[in-house]
Structures are given as structure tokens and as C-alpha cells.
Design a protein around this ligand. Structure first.
Ligand code: GLY
Length: 386
């Protein structure tokens, strides 16, 4: 297991332990509510409604329950996480809403986590089934995995998105488990294509990019959730920081570490006064826009992993870690629902999809998950589910 604990002073440790205690209280309170159904992607008035397991986000709830189990060792969390696996098994076996690259998010935090934490063999099988479906979305000429929808949908065909970098660990894991290097070859090529086409020369990122799946020709980049095609969607940049580092972890290719650093440096340079970014990095204090706490939480996890991968004499090793701990402290200080007793979420002030008017200034399920992951990372030795 890799040691990624930043050196915390006693009072910082206590502060983060108290923050995790609050998160655990929210998770424990949600256990009886979200059993067969899952929290929606974003809250409404800071309350998550219960929805079926058909969206891209269900596993963030299961992942939080695994984290709670790992932190406390309490059987109620183990039982809840194992029970939720039934829903993920049904989803992959019955092919319910599987036309998506988000199989990576969905099965890394549910089934792969179950296998890593508890050696559950049925979870391993289910995760491998999901990896097989994800691999079917790969276009060999373009070297990319299509993000959304049917592979023949003209609006989505050949489109990759930066978020997919967090879906690749399912393929790298499947390669390690089965010895079938086709999975890792696809993941690596997709990550290389992402570095080449999604990162712009100024180290901002496109949210999405279209490739011609027949010829492999790069076509054009645009946005789906950002402010404009040529702006930089904050959460996309955060997915890139974390996702490229994860590709480095699995492949050892320094190109991925460079990509992650480029995105990290730009992201950090765009932090407003309190350290938590707005939903698009084009915005800053005084623009009257919403923050996206979830982008900050993802970036914290990515920066902690990035700093752990750098040699100790690289200034980034301490620099990225310090920035991450500062951001996490800012989240714990001013961005939780501690002052909103009616809420069943953890991290407020997130934005799901501003252009479409979804989940604006709300809790987001992935924001809650990555905040908990970040707290686990700073407080102890934690083995990635990714
Ligand atoms: N992966 C979808 C999102 O970040 O909203």
C-alpha cells in the first residue's frame, strides 16, 4: 500500500478528523434511506431524492459507504455496500443504461472496491463484465472510447470527453486481473489521445472532442457543461488532473504526469480568494457566478496523488500537496452542510450542469464522494478503488 499521508500538525489532523466525523454522520443517516435506490446526482434544496440505479452517479454513494466501512470497520457499512452490489449486478447483467463510458465510475467504486476491500469474487466478475462493455466503446482508428450514447448516434459518434480519464482505471484493472493487455492498450491510447487533443496549448482543456472513428482524423473540440467551447470547465480540468495521474500510475508513462501538472498549474492559478474555484475557470470573484465545490474536491484527490507520484526532491511533491491540503481545509471550513441540518448531503455549493440548469449551488453526489476520499487520503493510508 502506498503512503500518501501529508504530514499534518496535531490540530490539522483533529480538524480533518472532525470533518470526516461529520461526513460519516451524514452517510450513517442515509443508510436506511438509500438501500434499493440511490441518491440522485444532485440534491434539490440540499436534499437528495432517491432514484433508481440508472444514472452515471449511483456508485458514488456505494463508494462513500466503502470508505465509511474502511474508516470505521463497522459491519453496518459492509452490509450496506455488499447489498448495493445486487443493483450493480442487475444493471450490468440486464444491460440497464450501459450505453456509456461511465461504466468506469460505476463499477470502480462499487464492484472493484468490493473486490479490493473484501476480495469478493462475484464483484470481480461483475466488474470484468462491465470492463468488457466499456471496451466495446473503443474505436481503434481514432484510439478513443466514445463517451455517451449509442455508438451509431450521429450526435455522439466519435466523441471523447475529459471525464473519461476516471473511467480508464476499470480497463487498467481488468488488464491486471485477466492478463489481457488489450484493455490497458485501449486505456493508454485513449489517455494519449486525450492529452493530445483535449489539452490546449495554454494548458486549459476542452470538455469534449470529436474524432472521425473511421479515419481517426481529429475533428474539433467543444463543451457540454462549460461556459463556452473555448472556456475551461472547472470540473473537466479537475478530472484531467486526477485522471492523467491515474494513467501514469498504471503505465509509468511520464507524458501523463506532465499532462496532469499542466492542468494542475492552470487550475491552481485560477483559484479565487478562498481557494475554491467557480464552475468555469473563466470566472473569478465579483463575476456573480456559482462555485463548484465538487471540482475542488476532485482536484484535491488528484493533487494528492500527483504529489505522491513525484520524486521527493521535485518542488511539486510538496507544492501540490500543500495546495491540496489548503483547498480541503477551505472545503471543510466553509462548504459543508454542517449549518444546514435539514440536508442529507455533505458538500454544498456544487454545480452539476449550469448550461442546462441542473443542480446549481447544490450538493453533488460525486462532490460528496471525492471530499470523503480526500479526507481519507490526508488522514491515513488508503488504497485506491480506481
Ligand atoms: N462526468 C459528468 C460530470 O462531471 O458532470
Amino acid at each position: 500500500m502506498q503512503k500518501i499521508t501529508p504530514e499534518l500538525k496535531d490540530e490539522e489532523r483533529l480538524f480533518f478528523e472532525q470533518a470526516l466525523e461529520f461526513a460519516l454522520q451524514q452517510i450513517a443517516g442515509n443508510l436506511p434511506v438509500f438501500k434499493e435506490r440511490f441518491p440522485a446526482p444532485a440534491s434539490h434544496d440540499l436534499i437528495y431524492p432517491a432514484v433508481p440505479n440508472t444514472d452515471w452517479t449511483a456508485s458514488f454513494w456505494t463508494g462513500m459507504v466503502w470508505l465509511a466501512y474502511e474508516w470505521t470497520g463497522e459491519g453496518k457499512y459492509l452490509e450496506a455496500a455488499e447489498r448495493q452490489l445486487n443493483s450493480f449486478r442487475q444493471r450490468v447483467v440486464e444491460r440497464i443504461s450501459v450505453d456509456t463510458h461511465d461504466l468506469g465510475f460505476l463499477y470502480s467504486l462499487s464492484a472493484v472496491a468490493a473486490y479490493r476491500v473484501n476480495g469478493n469474487p462475484a464483484a470481480r466478475e461483475m466488474a470484468l463484465e462491465a470492463a468488457g462493455l466499456l471496451a466495446e466503446r473503443y474505436f481503434p482508428e481514432a484510439g478513443i472510447i466514445q463517451a455517451w450514447g449509442d455508438l451509431n448516434d450521429p450526435e455522439q459518434r466519435g466523441r471523447m470527453i475529459i471525464d473519461c480519464l476516471l473511467n480508464l482505471p476499470l480497463l487498467y484493472w481488468a488488464a491486471e486481473e485477466t492478463g489481457d493487455s488489450r484493455y490497458s492498450a485501449m486505456a493508454r491510447r485513449h489517455a494519449l489521445q486525450s492529452a493530445r487533443y483535449l489539452i490546449r496549448p495554454d494548458h486549459t482543456s476542452y470538455h469534449t472532442y470529436y474524432m472521425d472513428p473511421e479515419t481517426g482524423k481529429p475533428l474539433y473540440g467543444n463543451t457540454h457543461q462549460g461556459y463556452a467551447d473555448d472556456s475551461c470547465w472547472s470540473r473537466g480540468q479537475a478530472w484531467g488532473i486526477y485522471g492523467f495521474t491515474l494513467s501514469y500510475v498504471y503505465t509509468g508513462d511520464p507524458a501523463f504526469l506532465d499532462a496532469s501538472r499542466q492542468l494542475a498549474d492552470y487550475f491552481l492559478a485560477k483559484r479565487p480568494a478562498d481557494g475554491i474555484v467557480y464552475w468555469d475557470l473563466i470566472f473569478t470573484d465579483g463575476d456573480g457566478q456559482e462555485k463548484d465545490s465538487s471540482a475542488a474536491a476532485i482536484a484535491v484527490c488528484g493533487l494528492l496523488e500527483l504529489s505522491a507520484q513525484l520524486p521527493t526532491d521535485d518542488p511539486g511533491a510538496s507544492g501540490y500537496r500543500e495546495a491540496a491540503v489548503e483547498m480541503l481545509a477551505a472545503l471543510a471550513e466553509g462548504y459543508t452542510t454542517k449549518d444546514q441540518p435539514h440536508s442529507n448531503g455533505i458538500l454544498k455549493h456544487g454545480v452539476y450542469n449550469k448550461p442546462r440548469g441542473w443542480g446549481i449551488d447544490e450538493c453533488t453526489l460525486w462532490g460528496d464522494y471525492f471530499y470523503c476520499e480526500a479526507l481519507m487520503r490526508v488522514l491515513g493510508e488508503w488504497q485506491r478503488y480506481w
